[in-house]
Ligand binder design. Structure first.
Ligand SMILES: C[S@@+](CC[C@H](N)C(=O)[O-])C[C@H]1O[C@@H](n2cnc3c(N)ncnc32)[C@H](O)[C@@H]1O
Length: 220
């Protein structure tokens, strides 16, 4: 069923005040996996999809030549702006744009070296459109890296959710289930070369539990 265009934005606007402070194993594992397994970004131009409150933006900003962080939630991005402002990096290194990834990205063809998307594609129905845009904006040889809630977790009912601080309401953010083959085929369909898949579970978790995160690296 189609979701209202602003339902995701308004959910994240409500989540923004508590997103970084409440326990969230998926968020924390994602940070660790990007930092240890993610693409090389040093000295490169990076586009971040759904940068949210800046958990990964700050790490990218400390390494990349430039970072453009797109998100459709004003409140999530406001947190990220504050975080980045306190970094000791040139002020023009990070640019934020309030932008819906389902629309054409505000980026020139073949102009970024790395596209990074973390915990965002569950909110986007068409992976084909996302990878087509990634292929358009990447320089030849550029890398797209995505890290998402593992499809097996999604199949078992996993979905981004939070408790609203003000009302106590448990809010499930509208989400789409994507399979591993959907990710891979969307990348291949966009003319990208899939280079590596990963499946990740946090230290200390039941080893029989399904992986928490799925990652994919592909090259233009
Ligand atoms: C779970 S948060 C992840 C934020 C950040 N990448 C991280 O790993 O901490 C998902 C983010 O994706 C953003 N988002 C969801 N759908 C989007 C869309 N269609 N266009 C742009 N941003 C979107 C949300 O507003 C939210 O900030």
């Amino acid at each position: 069923m189609p979701i209202a265009p602003d339902a995701v934005a308004s959910a994240y606007d409500r989540w923004a005040p508590s997103y970084d402070s409440v326990m969230n194993r998926t968020r924390d594992l994602d940070a660790e996996v990007l930092r240890t397994q993610g693409p090389e970004v040093r000295g490169l131009r990076v586009l971040e999809l759904g940068g949210g409150s800046g958990k990964n933006t700050v790490w990218l900003a400390a390494r990349a030549t430039s970072v453009l962080s797109l998100d459709l939630s004003l409140q999530m991005q406001a947190v990220a702006r504050e975080r980045v402002a306190s970094l000791d990096v040139p002020a023009d290194r990070v640019t934020f744009a309030l932008h819906d990834l389902r629309e054409r990205w505000p980026v020139e063809d073949a102009s970024v070296h790395v596209v990074v998307g973390n915990l965002v594609l569950e909110h986007v129905a068409s992976l084909e459109a996302v990878f087509a845009e990634a292929a358009r904006v990447l320089t030849p040889g550029g890398t797209v890296w995505v890290s998402e809630l593992h499809p097996e977790r999604q199949r078992l009912g996993g979905q981004a959710h939070f408790e609203d601080d003000d009302t106590g309401e448990l809010v499930h953010v509208p989400a789409f289930r994507h399979t591993v083959s959907e990710y891979v085929n969307a990348a291949i369909g966009a003319g990208l070369r899939v280079r590596r898949l990963g499946e990740w579970l946090e230290d200390g978790a039941d080893p029989m539990a399904p992986p928490r995160l799925f990652t994919m690296r592909a090259k233009r």
